[in-house]
Design a protein around this ligand. Structure first.
Ligand code: KG4
Ligand code: ZN
Length: 340
């Protein structure tokens, strides 16, 4: 990212943002990093469902088909044209390389063709900034961010805009990945996360007790042992699918909410910000609200899962700080919080 002089813009800044890091093609128009004038998400879930997971080759081809119509729809829904756009943003990483390339290059091409500033945005920072979208007071610093997506589970301290320090995270599976794998073990459709949550509504406490990996003395997580224990419970055949789903969800939520709340207290965080697809989980939302010693902010569910409005939110703030990206900057697939 190029850091420029802090400049004041007299008018509202409209960012066109494009996101294609995994299996949703998305575009949005966001004003001043806070107001989404539109947010269009074209999901590929039906295409991947029969394979039980995202097939990268199919995902990138579908992004190619969808990206232009989705951008057109986002502009139309916002009631504007490219003439009204002040900057273009695209998700740079992390994600699937073939998927990222489509949206990122579309954003670059529009910026180049229209001679507009371009910003390459970190997808996980986008998830965090979904908490800036909407009205009301902005989140306060220092903020403790719990990022729980399909590929990442991180506890990150945010001291200011763009300033991150990773204090803990998963040592094996991400929380969303564990939900998806357990969904598959239970014979539920893809993606497993929302399906496990749905199945759990019909379940409850039984004699089944799945392990919680507390990993004392750290703010790290581990979900692979829990996943294996769920597999054994399925094989045993004595428990209902709904009851296994219930106990699994309680185990994940217990550790995520417990560790986040404790760290928020130790740090004296002003706010807890929850981000990523798993933040859509109702039980996680309830438990964090109940246990946290400080206010908890969680975006509405449609802004927890992948979307472009969150990318436009980051871009709005970075643009206002004078940051711009080079068109030569490439995508990346592995995240480093120290380099966001
Ligand atoms: O952030 P996201 O949309 O995409 C990534 O960046 O990975 O997160 C997707 C993940 C998937 O693993 C999905 O199963 C999970 O979020 N997820 C949920 C729920 N909704 C989505 N997990 C648990 N409960 C939910 N309601
Ligand atoms: Zn995501």
């Amino acid at each position: 990212m190029v850091r420029g002089a802090r400049r004041r813009y007299p008018k509202a800044v409209n960012v066109l943002a494009i996101e294609s890091s995994c299996d949703e093609t998305a575009a949005a128009v966001v004003v001043d990093g806070r107001a989404a004038r539109s947010s269009v998400v074209a999901s590929q879930v039906d295409l991947h469902a029969r394979y039980g997971g995202v097939v990268p080759e199919i995902a990138s081809r579908q992004h190619l088909r969808q990206v232009i119509p989705v951008i057109r729809e986002a502009l139309a829904e916002a009631g504007c044209t490219l003439d009204d756009i002040d900057a273009v943003a695209g998700t740079r990483g992390p994600g699937l390389a073939g998927s990222l390339l489509v949206g990122y290059n579309a954003a670059k091409a529009i910026a180049f063709g229209r001679d507009l500033p371009f910003l390459g945005i970190n997808h996980l920072e986008g998830h965090i900034y979904a908490n800036w979208l909407g009205e009301g007071p902005e989140p306060r610093f220092p903020a403790l961010c719990l990022v729980v997506s399909g590929g990442h589970t991180d506890l990150v301290l945010m001291r200011g805009h763009g300033r991150y320090e990773r204090l803990g995270g998963t040592r094996d599976d991400a929380a969303g990945e564990a939900f998806d794998k357990v969904g598959r073990l239970l014979g539920l459709p893809f993606p497993g996360g929302p399906q496990v949550a749905k199945a759990a509504l019909g379940g409850g406490k039984t004699s089944l007790s799945l392990p919680r990996a507390w990993i004392p003395g750290t703010f790290d997580f581990s979900f692979s042992g829990l996943k294996t224990a769920a597999l054994h419970a399925v094989r045993k055949g004595t428990y209902e699918v709904a009851d296994i789903a219930w106990e699994f969800q309680e185990a994940v939520v217990d550790v995520l909410a417990g560790k986040t709340s404790r760290l928020a207290r130790e740090l004296g965080a002003a706010d807890v910000l929850v981000a990523g697809g798993v933040a859509a989980n109702t039980r996680l939302r309830e438990e964090l609200q109940r246990r946290s010693p400080v206010p908890v902010r969680i975006p509405p569910p449609r802004l927890c899962t992948d979307n472009a409005a969150m990318i436009g939110a980051v871009a709005g703030y970075r643009f206002a700080l004078g940051e711009r990206s080079h068109l030569a900057e490439d995508i990346f697939t592995t995240n480093r919080w120290s380099q966001v």
